[in-house]
Design a protein. Structure first.
Length: 131
């Protein structure tokens, strides 16, 4: 029995077909919020792609503070370092990320780690000696 790997499609188009599309044509396949974002900032997206390809050719990391950019097919396969407030998080762009914004993949907030109370936090711990 032969197991076939399911081929990736986005709105009925394969990844190869998507990568031949321009940014504005790809925007027509997106949901309304992402489409609006891409169409308003298509120049910003295209500039990012050209700069990213130049840096990729020079083997330099692609760093960005633009967390509002939408992932388009030309970015698939790139490793992009996205700023999260205190540093950059390296993210490998895969086909499942199409239509999502960069900021979704680099969370800025850390989950709270609740541990036991420290000295002075409760009435009983005030009497303990502080060294």
């Amino acid at each position: 029995m032969e197991i076939k790997k399911k081929e990736f499609t986005f709105k009925g188009k394969t990844l190869e077909e998507l990568q031949t599309l321009e940014v504005r044509e790809f925007a027509k396949l997106l949901r309304s919020r992402q489409r609006r974002s891409v169409l308003r900032n298509f120049q910003k997206v295209e500039d990012f792609i050209t700069r990213a390809k130049e840096k990729e050719a020079k083997k330099k990391p692609i760093k960005t503070h633009a967390r509002d950019l939408v992932v388009v097919p030309a970015m698939i396969g790139m490793r992009i370092h996205i700023y999260k407030g205190n540093g950059f998080t390296p993210i490998d762009m895969i086909s499942d990320m199409l239509g999502h914004k960069f900021g979704e993949f680099a969370p800025t907030r850390v989950k709270a780690k609740h541990t036991k109370a420290g000295v002075g936090a409760t009435k009983g711990s005030k009497s303990k000696s502080k060294k």
